[in-house]
Write a protein that binds this ligand. Structure first.
Ligand SMILES: C[S@@+](CC[C@H](N)C(=O)[O-])C[C@H]1O[C@@H](n2cnc3c(N)ncnc32)[C@H](O)[C@@H]1O
Length: 237
């Protein structure tokens, strides 16, 4: 059996989820996902005209928030490896004709974004499917592509701080979401994985430590009692 962190396994999972991802992402975050993405993007200083890498871009859900910061002179390099998710990203792109967005179909650990070429890196809900060693590789990759002084901000669904909310949220993720997945997709197994990844990931604390070790100035943020956590930081100049 493939590890849940095997990139082929994850690519296949998102290909299968792509038909229902937009709806399910909204539901699994109780409708907070839109606000969390915006907060993730606005939590760092993205200058007008900046080039921004949107890693694990999915269907391009972060693009409008990024372009609100960069203005028309900005450019997005949108990277993802799931053909299913990217089909929706291409559709979104046709509706944003004046935007400079380059979609890159690639594994984030093997991509052609040049060294020190981007002013900022964003990722919405793209890190919970990474193991600790993959998070180290991700930190190195972000360090490689960011210009000195550039910033990054990542956010993902997390296990809330202990208490009633944690019990309710984890029950919801592990029991209710698979049922909704079955209703929308006819497949509860795929959406079961969301609870499993979230439980393994817990929150962005480990990632924060890893990014600090790799030489970034970093800070972790909790959103809505820790139902999502973010990590943001800077590559030193
Ligand atoms: C939960 S979705 C997030 C999509 C979007 N950023 C959002 O805000 O909703 C995670 C995305 O990460 C992509 N992904 C996961 N591992 C990846 C990897 N190693 N390389 C490239 N993309 C990856 C998946 O294909 C999926 O589209």
């Amino acid at each position: 059996m493939k590890s849940i962190y095997n990139p082929d396994y994850i690519e296949d999972l998102f290909d299968k989820m792509s038909a229902s991802y937009a709806r399910m992402n909204y539901i699994t975050s109780f409708g907070f996902s839109t606000r969390w993405r915006r907060q993730c993007v606005q939590s760092i200083n993205i200058p007008a005209g900046a080039t921004v890498a949107d890693l694990m871009t999915g269907m391009g859900e972060c693009w409008s928030d990024i372009l609100n910061e960069t203005g028309k002179g900005g450019r997005i390099i949108a990277l993802d490896f799931s053909e299913g998710m990217l089909q929706h990203a291409y559709k979104r792109l046709t509706k944003m004709q004046n935007a400079r967005i380059d979609i890159l179909k690639a594994n984030v650990f093997d991509n052609e974004i040049p060294d020190q070429s981007v002013d900022a890196v964003i990722s919405g809900f793209g890190i919970k499917t990474f193991s600790e060693s993959q998070l180290t590789d991700l930190a190195n990759e972000i360090h490689r592509i960011l210009k000195p002084g550039g910033s990054f901000s990542l956010i993902d669904v997390s296990v809330p701080t202990p208490g009633l909310l944690r019990r309710l949220y984890m029950f919801y993720l592990k029991n209710i979401i698979p049922i909704l997945g079955w209703l929308f997709l006819g497949n509860p197994e795929t959406y079961k994985m969301l609870g499993i990844y979230t439980e393994h990931f817990q929150n962005s604390e480990k990632a924060t430590e890893i990014f600090r070790k790799e030489g970034f100035e970093v800070e972790m943020t909790r959103f809505f009692y820790g139902c999502a956590t973010g990590i943001k930081g800077k590559r030193q100049g």
